[in-house]
Design a protein around this ligand. Structure first.
Ligand code: KG4
Ligand code: ZN
Length: 355
């Protein structure tokens, strides 16, 4: 279990509980007295044995850990349940069974404690996760959301207005890393594995294609994935076993580095185009893939080149966490948004979510 060290100041009044169970991390966080006082994350590492997240096992694991995790978070923050102003939980997008565990738990708590219940959109949690840092984004800002399920380029005008500039038309960036890792015989989640092997590789060795789509700010990663498959079939055989047997560490490093390079190039091309065309104050990189070191460096260079403030959350706020859910929920509370206990979880992004 990961626990976040004392955090930056978060200018919010009140006490908020944040519950995240959208996929394979159970996380409970507390924001209290303008600080994040707990952010406990329990990762379901056992999915690695299956090469991906098994939804039913995920729901069961959330169920098992959620109450002990809550008790630990309360102990850590020194608050009693009755002291909270609202209970915030991820409502979607995510695995429906996993979402149901956290959302129903939050509803039960809020009903029994007579406290407000605030459903939070997971992607909005990521979008505003930069506010958990000491140096916060300034509106309007451009944010690239890169996770296992989503790749979105957004213009964030305020805590109430987000405009979608582009998104992936097929696989998400994280999904591309996960699928590539699987083809290379590496374990799940694939992003950190590809990053690790890419460290010693030559990113220029293989020229994987970078899609240029009609949609000005859209992304596509399925062609890249297919071209990796073709490359492996051509040089290392057509079965997983033959790839595994014939691929040495040196070649693996070059393939991983070249693949990582192509994903980052695709992400940066569209992001830079948006930085040029929109007059933003800050740029931000969020979501699980934002943990990628070379992508973080590319954003650093972009921010210097275009003289923009850069906010990339610390690693513990890039992967799924309750802190971002508590923050977004607390903001919705502050904005006067109120929700009924009838609110249902949703597996995908709502069609009208971003204008
Ligand atoms: O946001 P997240 O924790 O969960 C979702 O909401 O999807 O993102 C998980 C994704 C996975 O696809 C994982 O492979 C990727 O983030 N990821 C990375 C790195 N660390 C995690 N991708 C590239 N480089 C990394 N260092
Ligand atoms: Zn996420």
């Amino acid at each position: 279990m990961i626990n976040t060290s004392p955090s930056a100041s978060i200018p919010l009044k009140g006490n908020f509980l944040g519950i995240e169970t959208s996929c394979d991390e159970t996380s409970i966080a507390v924001i209290s007295g303008g600080k994040l006082t707990a952010n406990l994350v329990s990762s379901q590492d056992f999915h690695a044995d299956f090469g991906g997240v098994i939804p039913e096992l995920s729901s069961r694991a959330h169920l098992q850990i959620i109450i002990p995790l809550l008790n630990d978070a309360l102990k850590k923050s020194g608050l009693a349940l009755k002291e909270f102003d609202a209970v915030c939980a991820t409502a979607g997008p995510g695995l429906i069974g996993a979402l149901l565990v956290g959302l129903t738990f939050a509803k039960g708590l809020s009903y029994s404690l007579k406290k407000l219940f605030i459903p939070v959109n997971h992607i909005e949690g990521h979008i505003y996760s930069g506010f958990l840092m000491e140096e916060k984004p300034e509106f309007p800002y451009l944010v690239l959301v890169v996770s296992g399920g989503h790749t979105l380029l957004l213009l964030v005008n305020s805590f109430e207005k987000i405009i979608k500039l582009g998104s992936t038309v097929d696989d998400a960036a994280g999904e591309a890393f996960d699928k590539a890792a699987k083809m290379l015989g590496l374990k799940y989640p694939g992003g950190p594995e590809i990053q690790k092997h890419a460290q010693n590789g030559n990113p220029e060795r293989i020229k994987f294609p970078v899609a240029d789509l009609k949609g000005e700010y859209d992304f596509s990663f399925s062609g890249l994935k297919t071209s990796l498959l073709r490359y492996l079939q051509k040089y290392f055989g057509s079965t997983k076993d033959s790839v595994h047997k014939n691929l040495n560490q040196h070649e693996l490093a070059d393939i991983a580095a070249s693949f990582e390079h192509a994903v980052i190039k695709a992400l940066m091309q569209k992001t830079e185009k948006a930085v040029k065309n929109y007059d933003v104050k800050s740029i931000s990189l969020v979501g699980g893939v934002a943990a990628n070191r070379k992508l973080r460096n590319a954003f650093q260079e972009l921010s210097v080149k275009h003289n923009k403030k850069l906010v990339i959350p610390a690693l513990e706020y890039c992967s799924d966490n309750g802190a971002m859910i508590a923050f977004r929920g607390a903001k919705l509370f502050e904005l006067g948004k109120r929700f009924s206990l009838d609110y249902s979880p949703y597996p995908g992004l709502l069609p009208d979510h971003f204008s």
